[in-house]
Design a protein around this ligand. Structure first.
Ligand SMILES: Cc1cc2nc3c(=O)[nH]c(=O)nc-3n(C[C@H](O)[C@H](O)[C@H](O)COP(=O)(O)O)c2cc1C
Length: 174
């Protein structure tokens, strides 16, 4: 899929997925898109666990629920290493955000769908429970889970404000 088409077609999908497996090759391609994202000082603070084992998927679903998590053929768990990369500055949040967006576009380009689950896992110690399930070391933070599959229902990206309400040439609101 052409890049600008993938950007327009990307949407948050929270519905059920079809019973169609995702090949390891596609999963690797999707996660490579995350690895290829930029990071502050090229510190590469983001890492990934790809879960495609049904037993582990079931256990993840006990922690994070919803139709997408329930029926996902794979879940990518995004980990962040919150180090100071430049003087006392950490770019870890920006790093994982860039990686996740690349992954969302790759997922879309390959005909799958997903949703960026982030806020939801910061409650009720869900991120910590996921970390324990997947043997994530204490110095890394589980930031995002991305349930992936072939969507059962066709959905669209949420409407965005028009260009001239969010962007201007050569000065604010010019
Ligand atoms: C930082 C961030 C956190 C998010 N957390 C969640 C979440 O916990 N659960 C969820 O269902 N969607 C979550 N989303 C998805 C947004 O709700 C979604 O992107 C937004 O409503 C716009 O819809 P669209 O993705 O279809 O354009 C998150 C998105 C971002 C960028």
């Amino acid at each position: 899929m052409e890049l600008f088409n993938a950007i327009a077609k990307r949407h948050s999908y929270r519905g059920s997925f079809k019973d169609i497996a995702i090949t390891k090759q596609d999963l690797q391609k999707i996660v490579q898109a995350g690895i290829d994202a930029p990071s502050g000082c090229n510190a590469q603070t983001t890492s990934f666990i790809i879960v495609d084992d049904e037993k582990i998927l079931d256990k993840l679903n006990e922690i994070v629920s919803g139709k997408a998590m329930n029926t996902a053929k794979a879940v990518i768990v995004v980990l962040s290493y919150p180090i100071e990369a430049y003087y006392d500055m950490s770019f870890a949040k920006e790093d994982y955000s860039a990686a996740v967006e690349n992954i969302l576009l790759a997922v879309t380009a390959l005909g799958y769908a997903t949703v960026w689950i982030d806020g939801q896992i910061r409650r009720e110690e869900k991120a910590e429970k996921i970390a324990r399930l997947l043997d994530v070391p204490n110095n890394l933070i589980v930031r995002v889970v991305l349930p992936i599959g072939v969507p059962k229902v066709k959905k669209e990206q949420k409407a965005k404000l028009p260009f001239n309400e969010r962007a201007w040439f050569n000065g604010y609101k010019k």
